[in-house]
Design a protein around this ligand. Structure first.
Ligand code: SF4
Length: 909
């Protein structure tokens, strides 16, 4: 007779199973079965699950489980045909778990006619989907055990450990395949918590199984699991002797980050004490939510951490690279996207060190990218030009050639996770031809690739060794010396019971009358509690249970309460501090806050950090600016420097702006444009006007608003821009229309009587001047110089409609214009000595009118201002001091360096 061993704690079950596994270790007739690798390790046997056993049976019969992409595709088709849906892509993902639950619940898909409409729909979809699967020779994963039962021909001697809450299909499989020697270990007892297990006991008894109850306590010192189990089941009067007191701790942290740091610091301390990482485990109800955070901190602390759960390949670097590649191909190699693609770490095989080259030439289609890469790397990417249609097999060959070209496999080897992701991805791709043999278009193939990225899974954090992060179910049956259970907040542990989106609990209840049993809300809640009880069986030496007082939700933080399990275990969470300084980074934080810093002075990073910290404190204080805030104290030889009107304006608006741009040379890097930005538009306007008025100088009868002529002048200006600035504006989007708009603007300007009065004589266009004022050398270009009625008029075109912001006046407002007086005084004297400059004006091209300021400062005032500027150069003082309304900051790219903000008020700016 097969035997059922029962105990309300894992300890006796494990002892019995371990002894038996030792006795049977040389007996090849037995198969040890555990649900996970961790339980197998605890028992010291090779991991082999019921699932693998069932799969082996089906393999012999050559029955295959449908791969994820086939499942998705067939389910989509079933939904489309059965429910007449147009776009079942998203629905397939929602329905798939429900359909699998239906498959697992019973061996066939029979449903009575008096069922609800919803239930009938679900079963109809499941039946249609099953039919598609069969036509391709597949079964669904959910049918695994039922199919194995059908196909098995021989019973086996099994020792089954760790299946403490088996599903109906697992139970049926065990009954079908276990021979009379077989042994099943079940966690069960008198408590209502064990109701499903006790029902199973009755069933096994009815089917002739012998039951034995185990209750031996081999160890004298109670492990935490014994104490925790009894507390959880409500046993009263548990007061262990002090020397037998188990190590059980309840901890509370301010937030999840502190919790992760606190737990990993304890792990590090244990590692220092010689505890092996395989003897510890961290458990979170939502392990996938904690993986990244713990991984980052573990890296900082120098702890090896493994994340055994799986994630979609889309969430890996390999996935991101493939998605980017698909976008690049889809967007025809547009500049921004492709440049980003070549910057990806996995594109390093080709894109390394090419950024500057890309910026300069801005390739924007396949051919131009091809030329750049050919020129720079001597590699021809011609083979990866996109076909429009191909067989799936040929698409795969095409993509493989791209992977090879970029050496993605070799690049991915730098990270174990990415290497595995690449392997899983390329192996998974081989399933694609299963979807059909007809040729498909690029957009169809692209969709399949994207779906594939989300369906295919890979291990989130692989590795040979390290402490593992698990959820409650992935370590059932295992034991560890040290167990850390994190995120024990109410609403998370136990997990809230969520209704199925397709078949809710009410529908499930209705199906009960049809003899179809699906998990009810009550059973789900019981399962959650049972899982936690199983977890309490895990610790052998220490159990640390923690939660954080706040948790992130919808972009902010919410308060949390401790899980009711704390109270049920009689535990009161207490704040705790880091037991050790777990990383150099934390040590630096501690030293940094102490006034004496690193006493030994041996840590270079810390020395620099302390210095940076002090600089920062000074910067934020109300103290005067120092050398880190623009007051460098190094005189500047201003007499040899050529100033422009805009440089002097910058200096008068905010000295730091000029200092950062001209002395530190932090000005923005000029990038080739792909859009007509205001500066480029201004250059184009200026050039067209220069060419047009140049022609007018030659022949004053010329029609300046003639469309053909304007077109010709624009083309000459465009060519000039292409030659001088390496920007081909004709490639800009809808350039023909943009040019028409620009041309209309200039036409309107040229028709204005004040733009070109009849008596005017144009003396010069874009004329450079150089001169000296108050020992400062100044140069610039005057857009146009007219002689009007015996006097000179200087004109400066402005593309916009407002006067440019000037330097600060006495009230700190950016109101004083420097350009016009400088042009008049320095330009006038240097170009036309002895002549009178009667007028100097700003002419707005967008408004087609003179927008000169009403008042311009006098020469004396200008000289006084420039004399003041010399103080800055002589003393090397360039404080961050923008105008009151921060107009100067609006077109300044130095914000990250100057750190303007509230701090300026503290400094009295
Ligand atoms: S952002 Fe403002 S404060 Fe900073 S340098 Fe520029 S103008 Fe000065």
């Amino acid at each position: 007779m097969p035997t059922l061993y029962v105990s309300s704690r894992i300890e006796p079950l494990l002892d019995a199973a371990w002894e038996l596994s030792q006795d049977l270790s040389d007996d090849g007739g037995w198969q040890m079965i555990t649900p996970n690798r961790n339980a197998a390790q605890t028992l010291g046997v090779t991991a082999f699950s019921l699932q693998q056993l069932a799969q082996d049976i089906l393999n012999i019969r050559q029955i295959k489980i449908a791969p994820p992409l086939v499942v998705h595709d067939y389910l989509k088709e079933a939904l489309r045909q059965t429910l007449e849906l147009q776009d079942p892509e998203g629905m397939a993902r929602t329905w798939q778990p429900t359909v699998q639950v239906i498959f697992r619940s019973q061996p066939d898909l029979c449903l009575g006619s008096n069922s609800s409409k919803r239930a009938q729909e679900v079963f109809a979809v499941a039946q249609a989907y099953q039919k598609f699967l069969r036509s391709g020779g597949w079964i669904d994963q959910g049918e695994l055990f039922w199919q194995a039962i059908e196909q098995q021909s021989q019973q086996k001697s099994l020792m089954i450990y760790g299946y403490f809450n088996p599903c109906p299909d697992e139970v049926a499989f065990i009954e079908a395949i276990a021979d009379e020697n077989s042994i099943f270990y079940l966690l069960a007892g008198e408590s209502p918590l064990f109701a499903p297990q006790n029902t199973l006991r009755q069933r096994f008894k009815r089917n002739g199984w012998t039951e034995r109850y185990l209750n031996n306590n081999k160890t004298t010192v109670a492990p935490p699991s014994r104490w925790l189990s009894r507390s959880f089941l409500g046993a009263s009067g548990i007061t262990p002797e002090p020397e037998q007191k188990p190590q059980v701790m309840a901890q509370v942290y301010a937030n999840q980050n502190a919790e992760a740091r606190g737990v990993l610091a304890q792990v590090k301390q244990l590692l220092h004490q010689g505890v092996l990482s395989r003897d510890m485990v961290i458990v979170a109800a939502n392990d996938t939510e904690w993986g990244d955070r713990l991984m980052d901190i573990a890296w900082e602390y120098g702890i090896a951490l493994r994340l055994p759960y799986t994630i979609p390949i889309a969430e890996t670097r390999v996935g991101a690279w493939v998605k980017l590649l698909l976008e690049v191909l889809d967007q025809h190699w547009s500049f921004e996207l492709t440049a980003r693609f070549f910057q990806h770490p996995l594109s390093r095989g080709l894109g390394k060190n090419l950024w500057a080259q890309f910026q300069q030439s801005r390739p924007n289609n396949f051919d131009s990218w091809r030329s750049v890469i050919l020129a720079e790397q001597n590699i021809d990417i011609a083979p990866i030009q996109l076909p429009t249609e191909a067989l799936r097999h040929d698409w795969l060959t095409y993509f493989q050639s791209i992977f090879d070209l970029f050496q993605v496999r070799q690049q991915a080897r730098r990270w174990a996770k990415e290497s595995l992701a690449y392997k899983n991805w390329s192996e998974g791709l081989q399933e694609l031809p299963e979807l059909g043999t007809a040729a498909i278009t690029w957009s169809q193939f692209r969709e399949e690739m994207l779906t594939h990225l989300n369906l295919l899974q890979t291990v989130a954090g692989p590795g040979r060794e390290g402490i593992e992060l698990h959820n409650l179910r992935s370590i059932v049956g295992a034991q560890y010396d040290y167990v850390f259970v994190i995120d024990g907040r109410e609403g998370n542990l136990p997990k809230p019971i969520v209704n199925d989106a397709v078949l809710d609990f009410y529908e499930r209840q209705q199906l009960e009358s049809q003899g179809i049993h699906l998990t009810s809300a009550l059973e789900s809640a019981q399962k959650e509690t049972f899982d936690f009880y199983s977890l309490l069986q895990t610790p052998k030496k220490s159990f640390v249970f923690s939660y954080a007082k706040t948790f992130p939700r919808h972009g902010s933080y919410e308060q949390s309460e401790p899980s009711s399990y704390f109270q049920r275990l009689g535990l009161i969470p207490e704040p705790t501090s880091l037991p050790i300084i777990p990383s150099p980074e934390i040590a630096r934080q501690v030293y940094l806050r102490r006034s004496h810093g690193d006493l030994l002075g041996t840590d270079d990073v810390l020395i620099k950090a302390i210095h940076a910290w002090q600089v920062e404190q000074q910067r934020e204080s109300s103290g005067p600016p120092n050398e880190y805030d623009g007051v460098v104290g190094i005189p500047f030889d201003y007499e040899t420097h050529w100033f422009s009107a805009s440089q002097l304006t910058q200096l008068g608006q905010c000295p730091f702006k000029w200092f950062a741009n001209k002395l530190l040379k932090l000005g923005e890097i000029e990038e080739a444009d792909s859009e007509l930005d205001p500066a480029l538009k201004g250059s184009l306007y200026h050039k067209v006007l220069e060419i047009a008025l140049g022609a007018y100088q030659q022949d004053t009868t010329i029609n300046l608003v003639d469309n053909d002529r304007l077109m010709e002048w624009f083309q000459q200006a465009e060519k000039y821009i292409a030659d001088e600035k390496n920007i081909d504006v004709t490639q800009f989007r809808a350039w023909e229309y943009q040019r028409q708009e620009l041309s209309a603007t200039l036409k309107r300007v040229m028709l204005q009587p004040d733009f070109l009065p009849e008596s005017v004589e144009i003396l010069a266009l874009e004329r450079e001047f150089k001169g000296k004022i108050e020992d400062l050398k100044v140069r610039g270009y005057i857009d146009r110089i007219d002689r009007r009625e015996e006097s000179l008029v200087f004109i400066d075109y402005k593309s916009g409609g407002t006067i440019p912001k000037g330097i600060k006046d006495q009230n700190g407002k950016a109101k004083i214009d420097l350009q016009l007086p400088l042009y008049k005084i320095v330009g006038g004297v240097s170009l036309y000595p002895g002549e009178r400059v009667d007028k100097i004006m700003y002419y707005s091209l967008s408004k087609a009118k003179d927008i000169s300021p009403r008042q311009v400062i006098s020469e004396t005032e200008l000289r006084e201002i420039l004399e003041g500027f010399k103080q800055y150069f002589q003393t090397g003082t360039y404080p961050v001091a923008p105008d009151r309304d921060r107009e100067a900051c609006r077109y300044c790219s130095n914000e990250l360096v100057c750190r303007q903000g509230d701090r300026l008020e503290r400094k009295g700016v």
